[in-house]
Write a protein that binds this ligand. Structure first.
Ligand code: FBP
Length: 546
């Protein structure tokens, strides 16, 4: 593999570990836990893995480590730092016993089911230290949920003498990790399953998980790009930039980038839902700002649009719920029809209220909402051009206002989608350290016989040596939710809290940012240099941990 100069220099970076993980480690157990909601149902579904205590690692004089082979799976969307979870895991199990082996399953959970794997060796892994991407073993979105898949998995696990599987994934993948842990425990197969909290979306967090890895690097990458656009925008003073930002449901990414860059507008899906806003109201609000700035002679600006917006507009959210059920029950009846017949079929089966909403949507959006779902049943919002939809609607509204004499400016829009370019960036120091510590924690959870746990690292706004590492039972984060027309146990997704500090901080300043031009230009991620630049946590994390 030919390497860039940065990659070569970065390989030598030694991730900083919390004090408790530097030497031998012992486990301190807390009190039994409960799920966040629906306790009786979750307890019934997970009789072997429910109620376990939170664990914290402490320094010890004796090594609990032992001979053990481990399997690792990267699951779902890429997030910077995934390779460092694997290097942390690798280094720790090798330290416990040099004969221990780490197997990587190829292209995600599907690799376990299809018995596609490779042994990760010292020479091989060295090329991936502190690099972005998941290309070391690849990732995939196969949903591990069926008994046949679990049984296929155990065949290869036994063949390779694997004691534990580490699943590095988001909320859906960790939900599946929990189901797998429960299944193997119920069958007494003697195989442990440990999860690691990954996703750039930042929505896998709760009282125990401070942040999911990748959020730090991805938001810093997007903020660099947004800052560059803001500076261009403030130089030419002739375009309105509509920037859609990745983050399937929650608006954490958009909000974080807004706090870092101070754009003129940032939409927050959770607020739009809470205020029961219509698409038309959103457009009017944007146009008010455009019109105000035009009066000041400022026919330019930057607007951040969260990827998941469309699902949070209450009328469209209701429509999607009905479409999910329709797709689950009758999808096969209309999937093969031509687009016009499909639209007619769907219209004929929708309730009156949702039919009206469906009829107003442009064809490409309607099609995306009514057909495509990822394997976890999510609408593929990254494929919907919400930024274009909004700017088209703004152009129409402004033209109408111009005709009525209410607006006299010039409106010229440019569109961007920042998503995939942030998911594989070289991890920031924060993500490099955090992920290495998560991998190390996962190894210690295995060595201490734990299953159905997620590796955690807390106190992450303090210096790294003061971080606290341990594990949390995955069942503790679960509740029952409707998925594909059925109630299922799932990890509760963390949305932006409107009474939380990050949103409050944004809310306090946004009117000023809308009227004035207060852009901040964060610049690129720095890997060497002053700590206040290189090791700075996200604004979200800093505000939440204040
Ligand atoms: P995960 O939740 O699996 O980490 O994926 C996050 C994400 O990047 C979302 O922000 C985005 O909507 C989605 O993946 C895109 O999925 P795909 O890579 O399959 O196009």
């Amino acid at each position: 593999m030919e390497k860039s100069a940065l990659q070569q220099a970065r390989k030598a970076y030694l991730p900083k570990l919390p004090e408790a993980l530097k030497g031998y480690v012992k486990v301190k157990e807390g009190a039994p836990t409960n799920s966040v909601d629906n306790q009786e149902e979750i307890k019934k579904l997970f009789p072997n893995t429910y109620g376990m205590p939170i664990v914290e690692f402490e320094p010890s004089d004796v090594e609990a480590g032992q001979a053990m082979n481990v399997g690792v799976i990267l699951s779902g969307g890429q997030a910077p730092g995934g390779h460092n979870v694997i290097t942390g895991l690798f280094d720790t199990i090798k330290k416990m016993n040099p004969d221990n082996k780490l197997y990587g399953f190829i292209l995600g959970p599907g690799g376990l089911v299809d018995h596609k794997y490779m042994e990760i060796t010292a020479d091989f892994i060295d090329d991936y230290r502190n690099t972005g991407g998941f290309d070391m073993i690849g990732s995939g979105r196969t949903k591990l949920e069926k008994v046949e898949q679990f049984e296929k998995g155990i065949e290869i696990v036994r063949e390779l003498g694997i004691k534990a599987l580490v699943i590095i994934g988001g909320d859906d993948s960790n939900t599946n990790a929990c189901v797998l842990a429960e299944y193997y425990a119920a069958k007494n197969y003697g195989v442990q399953v440990i999860g690691c909290p990954k996703t750039i979306d930042g929505d896998l967090k709760n009282s125990q998980i401070e942040t999911s890895f990748g959020f730090d690097t991805a938001t810093k990458t997007y903020s660099e790009l947004i800052g560059n656009i803001e500076r261009d925008c403030n130089s030419a003073r002739k375009y309105w930039h509509f920037i859609k930002l990745m983050g399937r449901s929650a608006s954490h990414i958009a909000l974080e980038c807004a706090l870092q860059c101070q754009p003129n507008i940032c939409l927050v899906s959770e607020e739009i839902k809470a205020k029961n806003m219509t698409l038309n109201q959103i457009v009017e609000n944007i146009c008010e700002v455009i019109s105000y700035r035009a009066k000041q002679g400022n026919n330019f600006g930057v607007i951040l649009v969260p990827e998941g917006l469309i699902e949070f507009i209450p009328s469209i959210g209701k429509l999607i719920e009905e479409l999910n059920d329709l797709l689950a029950a009758h999808g096969n009846d209309y999937k093969g029809l031509d687009p016009v017949a499909q639209r007619e079929y769907i219209m004929a089966h929708l309730s009156e209220e949702n039919k009206q909403t469906f009829a107003t949507l442009p064809d490409n959006v309607a099609r995306q909402l009514s057909l495509d779902r990822d394997p976890h049943g999510n609408v593929q919002v990254s494929l919907i051009e919400t930024e274009k939809l909004l700017s088209d609607m703004c152009a129409a509204k402004l033209a109408q206002w111009k005709a009525e004499g209410k607006y006299t400016g010039k409106f010229s829009a440019l569109h961007h989608f920042f998503g995939y370019e942030g998911r594989c960036a070289a991890p920031s120091n924060f993500d490099a350290d955090y992920c290495y510590a998560l991998g190390t924690s996962a190894a210690h959870l295995i060595a201490n016989g734990k299953t159905g746990y997620m590796a955690i690292v807390k106190n992450t706004t303090a210096p790294t040596s003061e971080w606290k590492a341990g594990g949390v039972p995955i069942t503790m984060m679960m509740n029952m939710e409707r998925r594909n027309g059925e109630m299922k146990p799932v990890i509760r997704k963390a949305l932006v809290e409107l009474d939380g500090k990050p949103f409050k901080e944004f809310e306090m300043q946004r009117d000023h940012w809308a009227k004035e031009t207060c852009y901040i230009y964060p610049g690129p991620i720095q890997y060497w240099g002053p700590s206040e630049v290189c090791d700075r946590p996200t604004r979200t994390l800093a505000l939440e941990q204040e």
